[in-house]
Design a binder for this molecule. Sequence first.
Ligand code: DX5
Ligand code: ZN
Length: 215
Amino acid sequence: MSVKISPSVLTADFLTLKDDIKKLEDAGTDMLHLDVMDGIFVPNISFGVPVIRSIKRHTKLPLDVHLMIDRPHRYIKQFAEVSDFLGFHYEAGSDVAETLKEIRSYGCKACLTIKPCTPPEEIFEFLPLCDMVLVMSVEPGFGGQKFMPEALSKLSALRAEISKRGLDILLEVDGGINAETAPLAARAGADVLVAGNYVFSADDMKATVREIKSF
Ligand code: DX5
Ligand code: ZN
């Protein structure tokens, strides 16, 4: 089974995004990763619900929304309306179990995300409430950063715990994914790879998506 790819549009040209999404669809992209930043939880601001709603109108790809916002429980209802997978940070100051349950109550897949500083064991207790777990392999906030190899052992630990418990949970990795790091992450147990810069700066986006998916 090949790995799934979720291209992040963070570094895309938003005025040509419609055409780029079409190319991504044709190349067999599995979902689209949307990074929401509030300038508080992370030192950067990106976009919110209106932009995601516009993207949703133009694609059938599942939308994988990554909230990098402070106290995300305040906005779950709004984002759930435009998301297929809705993820938030364990470190962001919301009640983790309640927020995961709320996401599922709206019919969305719930994703719990951890920053590089968080040990994976801290979230084991929440796994039964998750449909996906996202391991950050860069500090959240910016695209185009270098992959942190420490993420590999975290992926392996989560993959082992998910298997041990017999749970059906996707394991996603986000940050610095390219042709060198994708196979490492896949081997460590990731089944969804987020790739931003590597896909959107490629001369041939289709070939790049296919390359990553082949790992
Ligand atoms: C970083 C974001 C990532 C980022 C990935 O905070 O969560 O999704 O856009 O971009 P690359 O692949 O360029 O590291
Ligand atoms: Zn992301």
